[in-house]
Design a protein around this ligand. Structure first.
Ligand code: HDE
Length: 756
């Protein structure tokens, strides 16, 4: 074999990444104790290709390596070549008749390079265009083995997965933190074929029948004349549709709640939404709803924070997911199921299980954990993996079947169909990220982008020429056999069942299940969104829907809009709240929380160093913020400044610690008397950017701490003395131990109500 100097150089560069593979024990799962979660600060070389990411030419669609040159895939070959493998001596100059002369048409390299570039983009997804993905592993607890024969849900089964999170309405380049539903799609590469769980972070949907999907999406997407607003529901057409089509009210309420603005993908629940049918080894069936429960709890931004984040870091969620994985703080979710008897009515406690606008409260049907998802590997190429991954609700494995939910029925058509345009043909299953890990032996042939060189002469059944191969499996040899569900005698109709006409009871249930602060956020969200509408009739009609959900909610939103609150047109539903729907009141691990340590570097450098260490040891992320970049101190002990007053904004931090106040000589009273930016009586000024950082963090109900004169900055930021969630102590470690229990609750809820 020939020496390849460039490949050797790349190998050297990527060595640390190859050596720091997954921790011992269960693949990809940290073995024990808090992990060290340093923010990555240095750029690094390309990651080596992963087994399922090898180029199309190296692995046949049936999984057989063909032995082609691996180096080309990783761009680490010695010589630049054309797409045909011819070596090049220059790629910076077109072929010209003299240095100042015209470019020659015969320049095949120029034409190939520009032609390929011209076609680099593919159509974005018609919905869920903006997203981020990660690889991981799903470990089954085996607790579902009694209700399903799916091999990946058997005891101790371990299955590779790829997950893609997304927003729904925005374009590929839109901001992560907009108010919207989030997609949560998981591809399980099981030994029995691919299973896709294509869910959302909201357990209900806007419509009960797929035939209305184009309507709700046309209403939510930007207006067709000016193509604004981008990635927003705060506009006339959305509320026009939702107020006329009141089955959308329940989902809209979830969007207006804190669920519409998640803190992170890592802090979202996921839901399969529809009811599915599980089948066990004996053929017995059970109806189920799937739930993903994040280990870190369900947490959101506050609305002002989400808006600021959209400007200062539109990639906030994408970055958060990638950084967490890169630093070893692997995000985890438990998969759980709610199970219901498979009765002919397909209802549970009066709730229609085929109506995707309804939940079954966890108090009525507890969520039983059945496995653990750990995301432990970032994609190494966004386009190849995250953009080209194709999910489909019809990718099922034996043991999991669909129900007659009419929303699901339309999806079973749509997810295949849409790939024909998006991925340009029927062979998208051969794209590396979509390849099953189970052996594929189909009789599908030819088509655009066919990668396989199929052998044999008889891609049809029955045949005798290929010896009758391949043969059929039976239920006992792993075949997917549809559940032979009995159907009642019926007429063909374009109608919905009577139960589908209840549009308000569960929106009311959700509203009544919220804590006061969550209700306050919901009122503010409706007031903002309807306040952005121009059409009076739309606002009035939506207020009428709110009146039918809850008069108090309606009155508060109406007051904000300056409109009269209408009377309900139907009796209010008598519902029992479901406390499980609230995000407030629990405590969760503070792992991966981001602690901003603000210093001027002249203050307590040892204290900053000790606090950084303590934050890392607690499995959280310290970010040192100083007036300017560079290092604090010298030598091996020097502390790297990670954010400056110019680059830091409060939204990035879960808590702030003021470590040695950058206001020498100022006393607290002096600063309180002074406006930020102007010298106080003590003669020193608090940098206005610092004052804004602290006042925003305070307004967003984040924990704040400090020592050695932090009062001065707090006063300049108008933080009232003795306010809840402000920890002053005499060392960074003492501050941190006061902050950690506050972080476990996500926010200092006592600070609300606030004007948000
Ligand atoms: Fe989707 N949806 N959807 N959807 N959906 C798509 O498929 C569709 C619905 C969801 O990360 C599209 O490959 C119809 C519910 C996610 O790649 C498309 C209906 C739920 C993703 C499509 C629904 C979802 C999609 C666009 C009404 C939650 C992103 C690109 C019946 C349970 C997947 C694509 C990814 C994407 C159709 C409703 C979740 C057009 C017709 C309900 C997470 O096929």
């Amino acid at each position: 074999s020939h020496e390849n100097p460039l490949k050797a150089a790349v190998d050297k560069l990527t060595e640390p990444f190859r050596e720091n593979g997954p921790a011992e024990g269960v693949p990809g799962v940290p073995s024990s104790g808090p992990v060290t979660v340093e923010e990555p600060t240095e750029p690094h070389g390309p990651l080596p290709p992963k087994p399922d990411q090898t180029g199309p030419e190296t692995v046949s669609p049936t999984g057989q390596p063909t032995g082609a040159d691996q180096a080309r895939v990783a761009q680490s070959g010695a010589y630049l070549t054309t797409a045909q493998g011819t070596r090049l001596y220059d790629t910076d100059h077109s072929l010209k008749a003299g240095p100042r002369g015209p470019v020659l048409l015969q320049d095949h390299h120029l034409r190939e390079k520009i032609m390929h570039f011209d076609h680099e983009r593919i159509p974005e997804r018609v919905v869920h265009a903006r997203g981020a993905g990660a690889h991981g592993v799903f470990q089954s607890y085996g607790t579902a083995a009694g209700v399903t024969k799916a091999a990946f849900l058997a005891a101790d089964a371990e299955t590779p997965v790829f997950v893609r999170f997304s927003t729904v309405l925005g374009s590929r380049g839109s901001a992560d933190t907009v108010r919207d539903t989030r997609g949560f799609a998981t591809k399980f590469y099981t030994e029995e074929g691919v299973f896709d769980l294509v869910g959302n972070n909201i357990p209900v949907f806007f419509i009960q029948d797929a035939i209305k999907f184009p309507d709700v999406i046309h209403a939510g997407k930007p207006h067709p004349d000016r193509e604004i607003p981008q990635a927003q529901s705060a506009h006339d057409t959305f509320w026009d549709f939702v107020s006329l089509h009141t089955e959308a009210q329940h989902h809209a309420m979830w969007n207006m709640s804190d669920r519409g603005i998640p803190r992170s993908y890592r802090t979202m629940e996921g839901f399969g939404v529809h009811t599915f049918r599980l089948v066990n080894a004996e053929g017995a069936t059970t109806l189920v709803k799937f739930h993903w429960k994040p280990k870190l709890g369900v947490h959101s931004q506050v609305w002002e924070e989400a808006q600021i984040t959209g400007g200062v870091d539109p990639d906030f969620h994408r970055r958060d997911l990638a950084d967490a994985i890169e630093s070893g703080a692997y995000p985890q979710w438990e998969l759980g199921i709610q199970t219901f008897p498979d009765t002919p009515e397909q209802t549970f406690e009066g709730i229609d299980l085929l109506d995707a606008t309804k939940i079954v409260p966890e108090e009525l049907a507890p969520v039983r954990p059945i496995g653990l998802l750990t995301l432990n590997r970032n994609p190494s190429n966004f386009f190849a993996e995250t953009e080209q991954v194709a999910f489909h609700v019809g990718h099922l494995v034996p043991g999991i079947d669909v129900t007659d939910d009419p929303l699901l029925a339309g999806r079973l058509f749509s997810y295949l169909d849409t790939q024909i345009t998006r991925l340009a043909g029927p062979n998208f299953n051969q794209i590396p990220i979509n390849r099953p890990h189970a052996p594929v032996n189909d009789m599908l042939r030819d088509g655009f982008h066919q990668q396989a060189v199929h052998t044999g002469v008889a891609p049809y059944k029955p045949n005798s020429l290929d010896g009758g191969c391949p043969f059929f499996a039976g239920a006992d040899t792993g075949a997917f056999v549809e559940v032979p569900v009995e159907l009642p005698a019926a007429r063909k109709v374009r109608e919905a069942p009577a139960s589908f006409s209840d549009h308000f009871s569960q929106a009311r249930l959700f509203w009544l299940s919220m804590t006061p602060v969550e209700r306050e956020h919901i009122v503010a969200a409706y007031t903002f969104e309807l306040g952005k509408c121009y059409e009076q009739a739309v606002k009035e009609r939506q207020l009428l829907a709110l009146a039918n959900i809850d008069p108090e909610l309606c009155a508060q939103v109406a007051a904000g809009l300056g409109l009269p609150a209408p009377e309900a047109t139907q009796p209010l539903a008598d519902v029992r709240p479901s406390p499980a729907l609230s995000q407030v009141g629990g405590e969760w691990p503070a792992d991966g929380r981001i602690i901003g340590i603000v210093t001027d570097g002249t203050a307590d450098a040892d204290g900053v160093r000790a606090l950084r260490r303590a934050v890392l040891d607690a499995g959280m992320v310290p970010l040192v913020v100083a007036p300017a970049g560079g290092k604090l101190g010298d030598g091996a002990d020097a502390i790297t400044v990670q954010r400056t007053f110019a680059t830091a904004r409060s939204v990035e931090f879960d808590a702030l610690v003021l470590a040695g106040t950058p206001v020498p000589g100022a006393d607290a009273q002096g600063a309180r008397d002074a406006k930020a930016g102007e010298p106080g009586q003590g003669g020193a000024a608090v940098d206005p950017r610092l004052a804004m950082l602290v006042s925003e963090a305070f307004r967003h109900a984040k924990a704040i701490g400090g020592w050695a004169g932090a009062e001065t900055v707090l006063a300049a930021a108008s933080v009232p003395a003795g306010a809840p969630g402000v920890i002053l102590a005499d060392s960074g470690e003492a501050v941190l131990s006061g902050l950690t229990p506050l972080l476990a609750k996500h926010r200092v809820w006592d600070r609300f109500p606030a004007a948000l």
